[in-house]
Design a protein around this ligand. Structure first.
Ligand code: NAD
Length: 474
């Protein structure tokens, strides 16, 4: 067996090495999948109530240890401590929802139909089997919770591969799963180079479903991998969310929602406002107030009290954000606030001042590619149809936002915008209760709510014969 190497975990604010985790070799990863396959029959055979008691306990343990987990998260990911605590609470919610939703889903047919002649059709949901998940660094606990909770509750087993930059949260969650009573082998967390993991996950004969959250670019690679054994995929990919402020909107409320959407996690979220479209009549006052809000945000280390915007994850993230600002300015956009680095004592040069750009042409890079930084680019529109056309022109469809006081316009736009998630006067729409996911190259499948549990189930149709038919049907 080849020796395992080591992955160093760095604090993104300071560059300090805070831990090392094993870079597992192919054989060790295969063993994790063998364990997941071996543990499946016993786990699946338990009553759903038994499994859900463990799943619910895991949610409680996350809440019990919220402070400790948040500190680990801030150290390896950089986000402000208060946001890290919020993420832990959000993650716990997925265990609560899975524990609540799985029993009715698995103990009765989803539907029964009685046909003439006494025939009966039943639709049953059954655990898919052994699964794998690959998660990103921007929400290092919640993105695992969205996958692990439904897997455990439905009776699947799972091998988890967190991002190399944030394995400590995943390992802390794994220890809590063990404490909650998840048997060895049912949930295994492995740390390794990602393409090695994918090679094993897609070739292991037991794996029936791979759930991925990350970039559309890597999603495409996984689609190609999945073709070999025709493994089902769940894909939560990138976004380029439009944030539309109609002329009847409450400007202060729209600014507050936009700032919450844009600047949390230093703009490193898949659903954050990426293309802000403001009606011509409100553009100037919206920009002025958003800039005031942006410049009031406190930039600093996530662990420092009062910090509202932390560092970007790495130098590439900083370079991408700065490239987008320079590109927008070169195309005639106006820098209203920010656009410069902020020096934070004892830290690396990875802090970008919250930035507002006005009169941004829709041809600018920041309107065409995901930003993943604290940059709010604003463009004007005059007609509602024009805003919808710009919004839907993007090759993504994760989240979209509309600010308006008119409920019928809100209803219309909620249907017309090409997105899996629409926030109406709401810049932070995620909830463990509701299905989260995208359309177009933003992904396949949903996480959260009862729909998120169905991703870990196979549907089976059972037909119970009545009187034999005359003739027959295919
Ligand atoms: P990424 O695709 O580079 O990495 C995500 C995960 O994929 C990590 O675990 C990484 O190790 C792994 N990975 C990288 N290369 C791989 C390969 N060749 N084979 C297998 N796995 C591989 O994404 P990122 O840039 O680190 O994360 C940010 C992206 O995630 C953004 O595009 C963001 O929009 C997206 N995201 C989407 C959602 C959602 O729910 N739709 C949520 C959070 C983040």
């Amino acid at each position: 067996m080849k020796a395992d190497g080591v992955i160093q975990v760095l604090n993104p604010a300071t560059g300090e090495c805070i831990a090392s985790v094993p870079d597992l070799c192919r054989e060790a990863i295969t063993l994790a999948f063998d364990d997941a396959a071996a543990a499946l029959p016993e786990w699946r055979a338990r009553t759903v109530e038994d499994r859900c008691a463990i799943v619910g306990r895991l949610g409680d343990l996350l809440r019990r240890d919220a402070g400790r987990l948040a500190t680990i998260m801030t150290r390896e990911q950089g986000k402000p401590l208060a946001e890290a605590r919020g993420e832990v609470a959000y993650a716990a919610g997925f265990f609560d929802v899975a524990a609540h939703e799985a029993p009715p889903l698995l103990t009765r047919p989803l539907r029964t139909s009685l046909l003439p002649g006494g025939k009966e059709l039943r639709v049953l949901a059954q655990a898919t089997g052994a699964t794998a998940c690959i998660t990103p660094w921007n929400f290092p606990i919640a993105m695992i919770a969205r996958k692990l909770a439904p897997a455990l509750a439905t009776g699947c087993t799972q091998v988890i591969k967190p991002d190399e930059r944030t394995p400590l949260c995943a390992l802390a969650l794994a220890a809590l799963a063990e404490e909650a009573g998840v048997p060895a082998g049912v949930a295994r967390t492995v740390t390794c180079e990602p393409s090695r993991f994918a090679a094993v996950a897609f070739s292991h004969p037991a794996v029936r479903f791979v759930s991925f959250t990350g970039s559309t670019e890597v999603g495409r690679l996984l689609i190609a991998h999945s073709a070999q054994r025709v493994v089902r995929l769940g894909l939560e990919l990138g976004g380029l969310a439009p944030f539309i402020v109609l002329e009847d909107a409450d400007v202060d409320a729209a600014v507050a929602q936009c700032a919450a959407s844009k600047f949390r996690n230093a703009g490193q979220t898949c659903i954050c406002a990426n293309r802000i479209l403001v009606h011509d009549r409100l553009h100037d006052s919206f920009v002025e107030r958003l800039a005031a809000r942006a410049s009031s945000l406190r930039v600093g280390r996530g662990l420092s009290p009062g910090t509202e915007v932390g560092p970007l994850i790495d130098d590439d993230g900083m370079a991408k954000a700065e490239r987008q600002v320079a590109d927008a300015l070169s195309r005639g956009a106006r820098l209203v606030t920010g656009g410069h680095r902020v020096h934070v004592e004892g830290c690396l040069d990875r802090f970008l001042a919250p930035t507002v750009l006005a009169d941004v042409p829709t041809t600018a890079l920041c309107f065409r590619e995901e930003t993943f930084g604290p940059i709010a680019p604003v463009a004007r529109f005059r007609l509602e149809d024009e805003a919808i056309a710009i919004a839907n022109a993007a090759p993504y469809g994760l989240a979209a936002y509309v600010c308006t006081r008119d409920t019928s316009r809100a209803d219309r736009l909620a249907r017309e915008l090409e997105a899996g998630i629409v926030g109406i006067n709401d810049g932070t729409p995620s909830s463990p209760l509701a299905p989260f996911g995208g359309v177009k190259p933003s992904g396949w499948g949903r996480e959260g709510g009862p729909e998120g549990l169905l991703e870990y189930c196979d549907l089976r149709m059972v037909s119970i014969g009545g009187a034999p038919p005359i003739g027959g049907a295919a």
